[in-house]
Ligand binder design. Structure first.
Ligand code: PLP
Length: 286
């Protein structure tokens, strides 16, 4: 992979930052990840929107505008030689030259990198569906409880993952403050019931793959809403799937050891998965 750091393109192994950086010390950072498939970015504009909104909310400034960042990301991919890449742009608070505790003294640091694409789910899991456990850990929406700021805070999600592994599952979903289902480590969740889709509305990252599912549903004439999803409602679904830049639309066929419906990947999920990948070849969607 290739990284962009302090104005230079470097092999990943040479891209290093100080341990005094507040991104590391305080998770004081925002980031976004984009998927490159067949050499083409998918929905880059939406990822840039979310990244620049996060910077504004965190009062960070970088010496690059949207077009500059897009160029840097394209350069990282081109230099890496990868046709399928996982591309990340990030900005940390940085460090203060005088060790000040005042965040305004810190020099914000923009970085980017492109590495080979790695999915949340492997080919076998995409075929048969993921086995998920629902952990009782509660998602603390990052960065002052504004979940729209994409941040590295994952302690709740990682603890949820260990709960899932302890119970023989492959990945986890965790809860919101009201005990409803929130999201998982790097993905949003959808429930399909009687042909209608729902996905948690509060306390979750507004995922771009989630948004893409809404766009696909609009094209397909499917009803999709953002609304509370209780644990019981999720388990009683006809179909469940999760969504992430790192994996797209991924079926879930088992929750807490019990099958969802007949335990097979459902027809709505299959249809949306196929459409999702078709859109990667559609220049209107890139
Ligand atoms: N929720 C969390 C906590 C995430 O970290 C991510 C992505 O990394 C998502 C959801 C999915 O968002 P997107 O579809 O934009 O990748």
């Amino acid at each position: 992979g290739i990284a962009f750091l302090d104005g230079q393109y470097l092999p990943m192994s040479q891209a290093k930052v100080s341990v005094l950086d507040w991104g590391f010390l305080h998770s004081d950072a925002t980031y976004d990840t984009v998927h490159v498939w067949n050499g083409r970015f998918f929905r880059l504009d939406l990822h840039l929107d979310r990244f620049f909104r996060g910077l504004e909310k965190l009062r960070m400034t970088i010496p690059f505008d949207r077009d500059d960042v897009a160029d840097i990301l394209h350069n990282c991919v081109a230099l890496s030689g990868h046709r399928a890449a996982y591309v990340e742009m990030l900005c940390t608070r940085g460090a203060s030259p005088s060790f000040s505790r005042d965040p305004r003294q810190a020099i914000n640091r923009f970085m980017a990198f492109a590495v080979p694409f790695g999915s949340v789910a492997n080919a076998e899991q995409l075929q048969r569906g993921l086995r998920v456990a629902i952990s009782d850990k509660v998602r603390i929406p990052p960065a002052s409880v504004d979940p729209s700021i994409k941040n590295y805070h994952w302690l709740d999600l990682v603890r949820g993952l260990y709960d899932a592994y302890d119970r023989g599952a492959e990945t986890a979903l965790i809860l919101d403050f009201n005990g409803n289902v929130a999201e998982g480590p790097g993905f949003n969740v959808f429930r399909v019931k009687d042909g209608k889709l729902s996905t948690p509305a509060i306390g979750v990252l507004p995922g771009i793959t989630r948004r893409t599912v809404f766009d696909l549903c609009a094209e397909e004439g499917l009803v999709a809403v953002a609304a509370d999803v209780s644990v019981a409602a999720l388990k009683a679904a006809d179909e469940v799937f999760v969504t992430s830049t790192a994996g797209g639309i991924m079926p879930v066929t088992e929750i807490d050891g019990a099958p969802i419906a007949d335990g097979k990947v459902g027809s709505v999920t299959s249809r949306l998965m196929a459409l999702y990948w078709q859109k990667h070849d559609d220049p209107v969607w890139s």
